[in-house]
Design a protein around this ligand. Structure first.
Ligand SMILES: *Cc1c(COP(=O)(O)O)cnc(C)c1O
Length: 217
């Protein structure tokens, strides 16, 4: 496995202007995050509330944190306190809870609405029509700013299916932009498929194992 700093430089160097790397550091220890930080990485993604809170307290203050995991409403307050973007809004109830906690905390949290397009039943997210309804409600909620859409492609070797999934995610993002003009982010692409996601219009790629190696659960 090449060094973390080498991978960060390699991936960052191959992203076109306007596409940002979210280094997905979930389950990886602090020294690994610090190595990425030393290589210039400032944007990190975490998927568990407790881990995000602990790492945010331990890492330098100029790190920008994106929350990318399934979020239970009882953990919203803690995530709102550290995350600049919550990418994984998958229900209207969660969107409303984030709004309420952000108002209480006196801040604005950017959110992405997670869309379900993959073949797997297990991947969470709104169906496209529900997502548009949530965007129409969410644009009027205080404390949040709908910044775009996040999604995952089907876990398959079939590049055509993956490309079709990315096109579907980008298509939903385009429809959200008609409701919320500032919602320009399209977060898609992970270790196995990010070059294809970039070719299909991603503005954020979320890469974990390609940078940090396999996760130890
Ligand atoms: C873990 C995770 C990633 C990164 O996955 P890798 O395959 O390690 O790159 C990206 N997005 C989400 C939502 C994740 O949970």
């Amino acid at each position: 496995m090449p060094r973390i700093s080498t991978k960060i430089a390699e991936i960052s160097g191959s992203l076109p202007d306007g596409v940002r790397l979210v280094a997905v550091s979930k389950f990886h220890p602090l020294p690994s995050l610090l190595e990425a930080y030393g290589a210039g990485q400032r944007l990190f993604g975490e998927s568990r509330a407790d881990e995000l809170v602990a790492k945010a307290a331990a890492m330098p203050a100029d790190v920008e944190w994106h929350f990318i995991g399934h979020l239970q409403t009882n953990k919203v307050r803690r995530v709102v306190a550290c995350a600049s973007v919550i990418e994984s809004i998958d229900s209207l109830r969660l969107l409303q809870a984030v709004s309420a906690e952000a108002v209480k905390a006196g801040r604005t949290v950017r959110v992405l609405l997670q869309v379900h397009v993959a073949a797997e039943e297990t991947k969470t997210g709104f169906e496209p029509e529900q997502l548009l309804e949530a965007a129409a409600i969410g644009r009027d909620l205080p404390g949040i700013e709908i910044s775009g859409v996040m999604g995952m492609a089907t876990n398959t070797d079939d590049a055509d299916r993956i490309a079709a999934d990315f096109d579907a995610i980008a298509g939903v993002a385009g429809r959200v932009r008609m409701l919320v003009p500032g919602a320009s982010e399209i977060s898609m692409g992970m270790s196995g498929d990010w070059p294809l996601a970039v070719a299909r219009g991603a503005t954020l790629v979320r890469i974990g194992s390609d940078i940090f190696g396999p996760r130890e659960y």
